[in-house]
Design a protein around this ligand. Structure first.
Ligand code: PAF
Length: 292
């Protein structure tokens, strides 16, 4: 913290190399500072701000990484077109009191041909993983690198991408990453719609219908305690969404740990009700974690 003309301000560093970020974070930790990593692909919005805020509450210094990771885009997905408003992103980080922004180049993160790959196995076989083969393997590849190069105490990820969250939590556990994985709860509009950068693509009529996904997920969690089977509960809600003009990509109840659909629900176990719908061309996802 420095003072100038009586005002407090912090000088935010922008770092582009793995060596420098590692040294910077090691130095912060050696100085007794608790650090948090918030991994992003940039184009920062309110969702990211909420991750940064949680990270700030938990630690002294927040490091935001901004890297559009090519290995998590399938062929035909919009890697080239993905927005990269880097100056705006850096400004947002500065305004949010971030200590370090890590913006490596593609060459810095990937040296060339990769001879070893990740495999999320069945954790990627349902929910979003079904329609995006290879996506989560790419996420693991980059986040593993980030964890190795940004040795922070804590890493914060959003609940909204629950499958990603669970897969990364599992990697950290299985690969003995010395980092605490923290979930940031989904931020919602007043009518319950989960905030997302994609909401801006909705027409006024689609926007009005969009909260129905959250309503369906809430109904699922409420009906879960009844005698109905998970399949019956989910089918009923799917039909309701479809009859209101929402195209259901998936609506499922899965086990929190295995991310596999379940045939029955047991007391005390943790489950996720998750869904993805299309409104026009816009795909929205949401989920609720519950127990009965
Ligand atoms: O959630 C994202 O933005 C990305 O998947 C992540 C975790 C930054 C990895 O590229």
């Amino acid at each position: 913290m420095f003072t100038r003309t009586g005002l407090f301000f912090e000088i935010m560093k922008v770092i582009k190399t793995k060596r420098e970020i590692r040294q910077a974070v090691q130095k912060l930790r050696a100085d007794g500072r608790k650090t948090a990593l918030v991994p992003t692909m940039g184009a920062l919005h309110e969702g990211h701000v909420s991750l940064i805020k949680i990270a700030k509450e938990l630690t002294d210094d927040v490091i935001v990484s901004i890297f559009v990771n090519p290995t998590q885009f399938a062929p035909g997905e919009d890697f080239e077109k993905y927005p990269r408003p880097i100056e705006q992103d850096i400004e947002l980080c500065r305004n949010e009191g971030v200590s370090v922004v890590f913006t490596p180049s593609r060459e810095e993160m990937y040296r060339g041909t990769s001879y070893i790959s990740f495999d999320v196995k069945e954790l990627g076989s349902h929910l979003c993983g079904r329609s995006r083969p290879g996506h989560f393997n790419g996420v693991l590849q980059i986040v593993n690198k980030l964890f190795n190069n940004v040795p922070a105490d804590v890493a914060v990820f959003g609940q909204k991408d629950i499958q990603q969250f669970r897969i990364l939590e599992t990697m950290a556990d299985e690969f003995d990453h010395d980092i605490e994985i923290v979930m940031s709860e989904t931020i919602r509009a007043e009518d319950g719609l989960a905030l997302s950068s994609r909401n801006r693509y909705l027409s006024p009529e689609e926007r009005q219908k969009a909260p129905m996904l959250n309503e369906a997920l809430l109904s699922i969690t409420q009906k879960a305690a009844s005698d109905a089977t998970p399949t019956a509960i989910v089918t009923e809600q799917s039909q309701k969404l479809e009859s209101n003009g929402l195209k259901v990509d998936y609506l499922q109840i899965v086990d929190y740990n295995t991310l596999q659909p379940v045939q029955s629900l047991q007391n005390g176990k943790k489950y996720i009700a998750a869904g993805a719908i299309y409104l026009g061309n816009t795909r929205l996802i949401d989920n609720r974690i519950f127990q009965i």
